[in-house]
Design a protein around this ligand. Sequence first.
Ligand SMILES: O=C(O)CCC(=O)C(=O)O
Ligand SMILES: [Fe+2]
Length: 806
Amino acid sequence: METSTPPPNYNRLQALKAFDESKAGVKGLVDRAITQIPRIFVRPAEELAGDHPISDEVPIPVIDLGGGASLGRSSVVEEIRGAAESVGLFQVVNHGIPAGVVDGMLAAARGFHEMEEDEKRKLYVRGIDKRVRFGSNFDLYGSRFANWRDTLYFLMGPDPLDPLELPQICRDATLEYSKQVKRLGTTIFELLSEALGLRPDHLLEMDCAKGHAILSHYYPACPEPELTMGTSRHSDPDFLTILLQDSIGGLQILHQNKWVNVPPVPGALVVNIGDLLQLMSNDKFKSVEHRVLANHEGPRLSVACFFNLHNYALTRILHLLPPHFLPQTSPPISPPTPPPPPPLSPPQSTSQSPQQQPPNPLHPLPNTLLWLHLPLLTLFLHSPPPLRFSTPSFQTRNPPPPSCIFGLSAKWVRVVSLQLFVKSPRHRHPFSLTSIRSIDDGTDEYYCDIVCEGEVNPKGSVYYCAKCNYMAHLGCLTSAPKPCIKFSYRDVDVSSSQSVNQSNTQMDQIGFDNGVFNHPSCENDDENLTKLSHRYAALRAGNESSEVVGEIVHFSHQQHPLVLNDLEKNEKNGVICRGCWGQILGFAYSCSQCNFFLHQWCAELPPKIQHPIHPNHTLTLIAISPSPSYQCNACSEPCDGFTFNCKICSFNLHAMCASIPSTIITGIHNHPLFLRQKRPYLIKCNACRSDCSGTVFECERCALVLDFKCALLPHKVRHKCHIDPLALTYVPVPVDDDSDEFYCDACEELRDPNHWVYYCADCEFSAHMTCVVSELLGGPPSKGLIQFDHHEHLLSLITKPPFNSS
Ligand SMILES: O=C(O)CCC(=O)C(=O)O
Ligand SMILES: [Fe+2]
């Protein structure tokens, strides 16, 4: 085929750039009456060859939200649960959005896309900073082929969008549709919460419906539709999408390796689960891959509403307690009484009888974190929690951390890591929270060995004992008849005085060797871990509430007991933790005789952990002074303070680095990034282009690889070098630029155009990553102050005191 073999002088980048600079989108091409599609739109031959067959065998569920006379809320919840679990997509009718509003939205979208090119050009922008933008192929320079589609994008919330920012031609219709679709989204999140066995407001309380964006897609008629795509195969990187499509069709989902049509149903809206909800539900709900075919017929219009937090947040933890992990027969743990579910859609709803209520949730939410699950955690750009906790370890290395410490890994990391390790009376070894994917023992069926013997979802996570290759459903283990014992002392049964005495002996054996304090449990059987925890528990007075004052003997400061107290109340805020060198604000352990403080989280770190990036051996907690022989295998910085260590392999992880979730979603990239061990072959970080000598985060969909530190960089910062916020971005090289030299607008030195930059699209200002956040990257400190958009104060540097255990 002529179009599949590029002519010898074909310059793809130039062609992309020409299309981009026309700012007229695909509609602009069609208006010029082309008969062949430009080569940038042609799907590569190997992709065409590897495509899946099309099938209509699987009917797409159509769910009547009105319920009808005989259907109650519970059957709607059941239908939604079935669809979200099996297909990941369904259509809803009787959804409560009036036909006039829906039609008005489609007409308004069409009105915008069919305006004069000059009018649309005013909103044409590349980059993701604008809340209102028109464009074609937002990933133009990064995708393998361009899509036959233009898009108008509005970020409607969480912060309200000034209505005057919307183009007048579609303003009223979009505002009305946005309001109605948000209301529908709220209803669907309630139903989905119930489908997970949770209180109706659970997903709403986790801010799932807090932000949404409206994308109006325009798919012009295509002269060669078989050669391209309207929208390439993808899944949505949000919580949930509600899609309005016109009657042309072309949307398909990938189900059991076949492309299945999602036929337009009059009056229906399409709902699909996004990646975040799949993660949060521990893969119970499916974020289905989908695409849109190009078509001779056109234009096709669709309006997608993405429920997402967008760039609103800085760092936020999402945790969900998936009910399918809980045996149905388990007694409820102080279940709260769920509020009555709201009506589904105003006209048809009937009041619910008690029998129609969803089953009681089995757990109080969200105060217990028993089932908090590492791979479920999602990092968003979000305002940090109160500044009580220390910086991640790589920030606390050289140079020292900003004094007003924000948390890339703040409270949530601390909370999370306490839940990663559990000890159950049913098994002698501790269990660690592990993704099945990382176990990979050659089998493809997994069973709960410890409790129910039932099958385990191969895409989910379990509590896992690596020594015995035993696993248990998260819920099975944590809802075992006797409460399971978490490694943190606070959950340990304090009744066993015998254990306390035995652990005294262990405590006496703590050794000091080459600047390394060995945790007493290093050399001993795992069962001592429990005993040690018992000792902590026995020493502690009071109960779980934050008012408690507890006392422990800590392995890193054996000479005196440490007492837990509120430094804020005692006006001692701002002291430094000897475990992680972060500032302490609020609760901490302190020694009344020495100037020695530990964050509560640092003091309560588990003595041993099993970590997904070092699965073959247990890691032991040690406290060390900086030494070239101890380098963190995640961030590659020297270890200093509390470190998890494998003696056999000389493998180390800063306690903080060990606590970073193995799945993150950051504003830097649209898809989840997965924590992976260093590859056997040399691999370069896409952002800084340096060899990844440590652990990486990678996207399974885009072959994007970021080293540990770059992946955790803030997506957006405000820095003294530029007046507007800067976003961490890859900025494509302008091909028409005569000069082949590129400069950093902050330091005015040369920059490598292949490296990511902190970028302001409005001013085309680009700065080296290191110029903006040198503190985080371990380079020379940028002088003075730095501001991150998630923290209102400027951050300054403080000097770290030398490590000294007394
Ligand atoms: O246009 C469509 O039907 C689907 C659009 C879509 O998948 C998206 O916006 O993510
Ligand atoms: Fe999509």
